[in-house]
Design a protein around this ligand. Structure first.
Ligand code: ADP
Ligand code: MG
Length: 206
């Protein structure tokens, strides 16, 4: 069993969008999955409620006991944790629960700098676990046909965590499918599907 936490205290970085689509991507690879909604706002639960038929279970654990509470989940290949938009205890317990932390950031220094406190906690945890915890940034909402500027890669490099080579592009399909209680896997969003699968391959090889 592997636990992947999608975390960034900044709202709007794409945590919920990526969590839902990543969970579905893993399910379509034949994995047994569950999505843990750690956001008290319950966005992933709202999405599940809007779905005609939710393809996987979505459970809410929005108290800072995630690391203890998920021990009750024993029958899954993957637990995906959709992070909450504030640091404090919730993020700390999600980091404790995780084998892998993925930090989505938009391609702007402002978004990267906002992760500083959380990156510190992640690095402490990497030390405590003697490197068993893996963590990486993924750049989200990249405008098609634009290159990620060296400035932003330099800013990220300062944080000492890797950044995925795969980027997630700004796509109408991400927003429109979620709004309909669906995922990018419904419909012919082949480019989006490919990048989500590429993200997973990279994450699992960290
Ligand atoms: P968070 O959970 O971090 O607050 P969300 O997943 O709710 O972020 O995303 C915030 C907004 O940005 C939503 O309206 C979502 O549809 C949109 N969004 C996120 N990622 C993308 C993307 N790659 N392409 C287009 N829209 C996106
Ligand atoms: Mg969210």
């Amino acid at each position: 069993m592997k636990t992947i936490a999608i975390l960034n205290q900044k709202g709007g970085s794409g945590k919920t969008t990526i969590s839902i689509n990543m969970t579905e991507a893993l399910r379509r690879q034949g994995k047994n999955v569950v999505l843990v909604d750690s956001d008290p706002q319950g966005s992933a639960r709202d999405w599940a409620a809007a779905a005609e038929e939710c393809p996987f279970p979505v459970v809410g654990i929005d108290r800072p006991t995630i690391d203890r509470d998920i021990k009750a989940i024993t029958d899954r290949d993957f637990i995906i944790i959709d992070g909450a938009p504030q640091i404090a205890n919730l993020a700390a317990s999600a980091i404790k629960a995780a084998d892998i932390v993925l930090i989505p950031v938009q391609p702007s220094g402002l978004d990267v700098w906002a992760t500083a406190d959380m990156v510190d906690i992640i690095k402490q945890r990497i030390e405590i676990t003697e490197g068993n915890l893996k963590a990486a940034f993924v750049i989200n909402r990249v405008i098609k046909n634009t290159k990620i500027g060296n400035e932003i890669l330099t800013v990220i490099a300062d944080y000492g965590l890797p950044v995925l080579e795969t980027v997630i592009h700004q796509r109408v399909a991400y927003a429109s499918t979620i709004s309909e209680g669906q995922t990018i896997f419904q419909g012919s969003h082949l480019d989006a599907i490919k990048e989500m699968n590429d993200v997973i391959n990279e994450v699992l090889s960290l």
